[in-house]
Design a protein around this ligand. Structure first.
Ligand code: GRF
Length: 194
């Protein structure tokens, strides 16, 4: 399965997936290309470490929406991509990409959707909101991607406890471990089903 990974930042979820491919736990998966909207993102270091082609595509350098979409589409076609994995990608995918890859795009979110999702609910904001609303548990959601932030069909969720004295950073770290444990397994199940 040829996979394109989209990321915007440090890429720890992508790293966890690449390590599972490398160790042979995640079979029949290849991250063929990485697309990132932030030229300074750490994920580019990961791309060179694992010898994966990577592209910086941003709305700033490519303001024309159609050109932006076409550029992404060209890359996905060139690499014969069959599945898109969003791993900390902060942008909405262009509508043409969503349409063409319907049912083949997945995302990881660091909370139990549909709660604590949507625009603005990313990074530490999610964990701050969870703690502020007094939740006893949060978690990780892997879901299909549609045109709206965090609204696609849920594939798998795992709960993570919120401790009384958790700071948002402590909670984020606990949730992140679960993300790393879960994401590759979901990719594995999808590949096996196909
Ligand atoms: C993760 O918490 C993920 O759930 C969210 O963005 C964060 C990305 O972290 N969508 P990383 O870049 O994978 O380290």
């Amino acid at each position: 399965m040829n996979i394109a990974a989209f990321a915007s930042g440090r890429g720890s979820n992508l790293k966890a997936i690449l390590e599972k491919i490398e160790s042979g736990d995640l079979k029949n998966a290849k991250i063929s290309v990485i697309i990132c909207n932030n030229s300074k993102a750490k994920v580019f270091e990961l791309a060179s470490r694992f010898n994966i082609d990577s592209f910086h595509i941003s709305g700033k350098t490519l303001p024309d929406k159609k050109q932006y979409e076409n550029k992404i589409m060209d890359i996905l076609e060139n690499y014969r991509i069959e599945m898109i994995v969003l791993a900390g990608y902060m942008k909405l995918l262009p509508p043409g990409i969503i349409k063409n890859f319907k049912g083949d795009i997945i995302n990881v979110h660091p909370a139990l959707l549909p709660r604590f999702g949507g625009k603005g609910m990313y990074g530490i904001n999610v964990h701050k909101a969870v703690i502020e609303s007094g939740e006893k548990e949060t978690g990780v959601t892997i879901h299909y991607v549609n045109e709206r932030y965090d609204e696609g069909k849920i594939i798998k969720q795992i709960k993570v406890p919120v401790k009384g004295n958790d700071t948002p950073e402590e909670l984020a770290a606990r949730v992140l471990i679960t993300e790393h444990n879960l994401y590759w397994r979901v990719i594995n199940s999808i590949i096996n089903e196909k």
